[in-house]
Design a protein around this ligand. Sequence first.
Ligand SMILES: *Cc1c(COP(=O)(O)O)cnc(C)c1O
Length: 458
Amino acid sequence: MTTDERALPLDLDPSAIQRLGRHAVDFLADWVRELDSAPASDYGQAAHLVTTLRRPPGDGPGDFAALLELFRQAAGQGVDTAGQGYLAYFPAGGLVTAALAELLALTVNRFTGVAQVAPALVAMEHGVLTWFCDRFGLPAGSGGLVTTGASVATLSALLAARHSHGDGILYVTEHTHYCVAKAARIAGLPAERIRTVPATADLRMDVSAAATMIAADRAAGLHPFLLVGTAGTTSSGTIDPLPELGELARREGLWFHVDAAYGGGFQLTERGRDRLAGIEAADSIALDPHKSLFLPYGTGLLLVRDPAVLHAAHAADARYLQDLSPVDDLPDFGHLGVELTREFRGLRLWLPLHLHGVRAFERELDEKLNLAAHLHNRLTQDSRFEVPWQPDLTVVLFRLRGTDEDNRRLLAEINAGRRVYLSSTTIDGRFFLRVCVLSFRTHADRVEEALAIIRSAC
Ligand SMILES: *Cc1c(COP(=O)(O)O)cnc(C)c1O
């Protein structure tokens, strides 16, 4: 057997780590430097790359610089969801400090599924979770789990609700994210157990209609068990009447889940706390730091009033885990959710929060609230547009006074300029353009530019 001199051993020596690491970090710095001038969307090379990049890996070693170059080309195609001009769906951006945390966590690669194996790392993650619980006004003793996103958090919340309150009927609105219905389906709940409570003209759950439906279900011998409120709906960013919903859930003995996937981050701001008032009555809260806390995709949180219920709904025992016993009051994350083995996900929250400080997040979010209010204000002043709803947070919906087709054309025209990227939604059967200001990279200059582009595309 001959040894290939160029072979890169799997077990890198420290100098190889430094060499490759520097190369990768230089790449990142260049990438971020060029974000501002990069197109908001680009499909120019997409078809070509889609066909060429599927080739299988070689038996021998590759060249890091050449491979990075392929990655650079691939990453530049499609919609730039990390750039200043991304105003569609839910921008986040992806804090670089969270990515550095991830590099550290994945290299150290300690197992954090059970506390006994890495008690201090689990304590770091647990500290972040209890800090969030505290910010939401949940009582001492509450806790939760860092998940990959709100969909997975919602599944675990639903399982906990069912474990605690028994199987039965759950209540949403047409504006509730479909992850609730999906979680119900995964949990084996038939679709006919989901009640769609009517929404009021301002797109919020109609609380008295919910009460009527709950009473009707009880009268029919059914068992209502779960009420889902949304703190920032996906289409319009609207916040359901949380105090009234919490009160209804308490009166009726229902588990109260709040989907704060988008809105939750705003709890760090004064206006956000004002608008999310009532969330402290929740039994469970799902939120997505990969939306309103600017973290990279794959970062969700589930907060629960009573972690023992979460444990009871998910924990399982196995002989091969017999060496592991609980540590003091530290959670065993592998027993609180769907996953056992997981990366040390807490560091991507812990490091940015400790490094930048909480005020930095608050300031950014306050700026986004101001920018969305400004955008709403300017669009409202232009008589060509219909702007029916005041934004609760940072989503603004508008449409041309014309047909849906006119509006579809307007959206295509705006996005074709490739400086901004907007999305759309349909409310009450009508097409609306949708702007969401949320990235930590988006500031007043790009929002003004977006306004100019929208006006001139009409
Ligand atoms: C994005 C979103 C979800 C789904 O979250 P994922 O992180 O994509 O799983 C759920 N609810 C609301 C309100 C959302 O905006």
